[in-house]
Design a protein around this ligand. Structure first.
Ligand code: ZN
Ligand code: ZN
Ligand code: ZN
Length: 231
């Protein structure tokens, strides 16, 4: 699956590549016409690997916990695993090689405000589940004024990838979380016909998330958008 999967703007329906979406979000008129008063936000690109990506905005005085909650809702939550942000400078060659990057752990009281830890151009990491981890990379694309009412809001999301059944050419709707294709590293996937041949206990739905097929993940709170028909 091409990592250049296109995405759709939540405000106006514009479809474009990651690069063009970055430009689009800076000038989308519908985005700026959203209800609510203007406030300072960070615009973030969240990369989940492969075709999966999101553009989100978060108010400057939101907490990392707010981003955590949003990502769990749309992409990650299966059974309440721990999660962790990794923010800080890359280890310097002059430093002790065993030194661990500074980490900001979720769950500590009073996690810092975004404006205290983020700046434009910065990349940082996020891991959901320390066992069967889903690792995300976030990039701060802009610090800007935007109207809105939510602490964290979705701006754009990759179109749902179409995966083929491992037995035929139809598109897959279910996957076998116990068996992986050696070439792609992805779970074996099945159309509605061939799903009959798979072990029922191993089945999970095909969903638009980097956690697809992991642990018991069966989808998030916005799986109906964007529509697959726009592919
Ligand atoms: Zn737009
Ligand atoms: Zn789980
Ligand atoms: Zn099939």
């Amino acid at each position: 699956m091409a990592p250049q999967q296109k995405g759709m703007c939540r405000a106006c329906g514009y479809v474009g590549t990651k690069a063009s979406m970055t430009k689009h979000q800076a000038s989308c008129e519908k985005r700026q016409a959203t209800s609510g008063k203007p406030r300072e936000v960070f615009r973030l690109r969240v990369s989940g690997g492969g075709p999966f990506w999101l553009d989100i905005e978060a108010v400057a005085d939101a907490k990392l916990d707010d981003i955590d909650r949003f990502l769990r809702g749309i992409w990650l939550e299966c059974c309440g695993h721990l999660s962790e942000f990794t923010i800080g400078p890359e280890p310097d060659w002059a430093d002790d090689l065993w030194e661990v990057k500074p980490k900001l752990r979720r769950g500590k009281k009073a996690t810092p405000k975004l404006s205290e830890v983020l700046s434009v151009g910065q990349k940082f990491g996020y891991t959901y589940d320390m066992g069967s981890s889903t690792d995300l990379e976030l990039t701060v694309q802009a610090q800007e004024m935007a109207c809105g009412t939510k602490k964290v809001a979705l701006l754009a999301r990759n179109l749902p990838p179409v995966w083929k059944c491992s037995e035929c050419d139809q598109s897959a709707t279910m996957l076998n979380s116990w068996e992986y294709d050696e070439e792609t590293g992805l779970p074996l996937m099945y159309c509605d016909t061939h799903v009959e041949e798979a072990d029922e206990d191993a089945l999970l739905p095909v969903v638009n998330s980097p956690r697809m097929g992991v642990c018991g993940y069966d989808g998030g709170n916005m799986d109906e958008w964007p529509p697959a028909a726009q592919q």
